[in-house]
Design a binder for this molecule. Sequence first.
Ligand SMILES: [Zn+2]
Length: 185
Amino acid sequence: MSTPTTPQQYPLQTILAAGLEWLYDVCQPDDSLLHGGSPTYHCFNGRKYYFAPSGPGGRPVLVVNIAQPRYEDRPGRFGSEHVLANPLEKTELEELTAVLEKMGRRVHRTWNGHPSETGSVLLEDFPHASLVSAAFRYRSGCPIHRSVFCSREKGCSWYADGHDKLVQPDVAKHVQQQAATTTGE
Ligand SMILES: [Zn+2]
């Protein structure tokens, strides 16, 4: 058995800066494909975050999850109950909203959150048109086989090629920028 590796962790500010840039400022190639959302980024605060461009009403969503949910058995009304011991904080989504607004992005609404292990923040502004197009191209499917299920194993590289062309959030760049800011340069 292989030992589980600890995922790379980033400061919250870095994840948000890279994700917002990806949603709003990055121009995606005409032949890129987006299935779902961004990669998931682990944060030093015990959370993981990802960005999904096509949320309710076409607005983008930032999703936060507890990185390692812990459950414990507690006495309940009907015997022992299996409950989440480390849910999101009561004010977590409000605080996330405040950070996003400080970064210049308004929040439309939020859902889930405490006492759950997941929370969603729906941003007000619509994502970059080229990112919306990449998601639309994916949903339209492979033009030859008229399917979204094409894969290299099945002999069609439509999805693999399109996914490779999608520009992902540039977290490394934001790590460097923030290191430069904190050293006062
Ligand atoms: Zn195909």
